[in-house]
Design a protein around this ligand. Structure first.
Ligand code: F6P
Length: 324
């Protein structure tokens, strides 16, 4: 048997652990493994390498993905997808393991429904926004990286008594910003699912300040607004409350996505890789490795692409109540 493996879309810490595990489990089961470079782009551009036990040595502790990644716009067009299927058939690939987030799972679903190539997914996104699983690979590392960064921001925010907007990644799902806000004891979190007026944000900050809070930290999801846009609107309102209020911004951006994976992500990546090969051996086409009730188990890719994860508003209220 011959399988292909690729990482696609935003890289996430732990992807290397997953690749290592897939390669070694597959080889142990006499399965040949082809690694495509830069995700789906590698299929279209004939960029691939055969992987062996040694190709994946010394990568478990490294962030990013050694196979590299891309967001391949050609794959959105049917004519290019047909070329990709033809290339996979010519290479004799029976199964493709796709490691990525929602965009990559959409591509996986297309392959599943349009071609004879069988597909297994492994989650790989710091956003934890894939429906049907409690966890996605890389989330814990990104959460910890952002927490560490905000702890540092808080030191300086306290020293000057400043108000900080910290813009974090997480696209259009608010769980990562919310958990970052909980972990750092931040005063406010702004997520795309629940928008409030800038006036209300200013009022809340003013109330915290009046209660004697030295500094205020607002965790802002990039999907809500950019920190620069928000600062422009918020600053004049804050100054109208008190001209001494000082508003600063910090954008964490891709810092949050890089770095050595936490032990949890290394373990989750390793177990996901092993499970993915097990699913192939069991001929479970169209599944991804998910986490349900804290157990690694197969979930249908179709379920993930046809549904959207949601967060509860109550958690935002809890955060604000605790910031009194
Ligand atoms: O999906 C992962 C993610 O890091 C999102 O949180 C973010 O919105 C996006 O990717 C950024 O993508 P890019 O690296 O292509 O700018």
């Amino acid at each position: 048997m011959k399988i292909g493996i690729l990482t696609s879309g935003g890289d996430s810490p732990g992807m290397n652990a997953a690749i290592r595990s897939v390669v070694r489990t597959a080889i142990d089961n006499n399965i040949q493994v082809i690694g495509f470079i830069k995700g789906l782009k590698g299929i279209l551009d004939d960029q691939f390498i055969e992987l062996n036990d040694r190709s994946v040595s010394g990568i478990i502790e490294k962030g990013g993905t050694f196979l590299q990644s891309s967001r391949e716009p050609r794959f959105l067009q049917k004519e290019y997808r047909q070329i990709a299927y033809q290339k996979l058939n010519e290479l004799g690939i029976d199964w493709l393991i796709i490691i990525g987030g929602n965009g990559s799972f959409n591509a996986a679903y297309k392959i599943l429904t349009e071609s004879n190539i069988k597909v297994v997914g492994i989650t790989g996104t710091i956003d934890n926004d894939i429906y049907g699983t409690e966890y996605t690979l890389g989330y814990d590392t990104a959460l910890n990286t952002a927490t560490e960064a905000i702890d540092k921001i808080r030191d300086t925010a306290y020293s000057f008594g400043r108000i900080f907007i910290v813009e974090v990644m997480g696209r259009d799902y608010g769980l990562l910003p919310l958990d970052i806000a909980f972990a750092t004891g931040s005063e406010l979190v702004l997520v795309p699912e629940f928008k409030i007026s800038t006036k209300t944000i200013a009022q809340k900050i003013h109330e915290y300040k009046q209660k004697g809070k030295k500094h205020v930290i607002i965790v802002l999801s990039e999907g809500y607004a950019s920190a620069y846009e928000l600062e422009k609107e918020l600053n004049p309102i804050l100054k109208s409350y008190n001209p001494e209020y000082e508003l600063k911004i910090a954008v964490l951006g891709h810092i949050q996505r890089g770095g050595s994976p936490t032990a949890y992500d290394r373990i989750f990546g390793t177990l996901s890789g092993q499970k993915a090969v097990e699913l192939i051996l069991e001929n479970k086409n169209g599944y991804f490795v998910g986490l349900k009730h804290n157990q690694i188990q197969p979930v249908e890719i179709e379920l993930a692409v046809k549904n959207k994860k949601k967060i509860e508003h109550k958690l935002i209220t809890v955060l604000e109540e605790l910031a009194v």
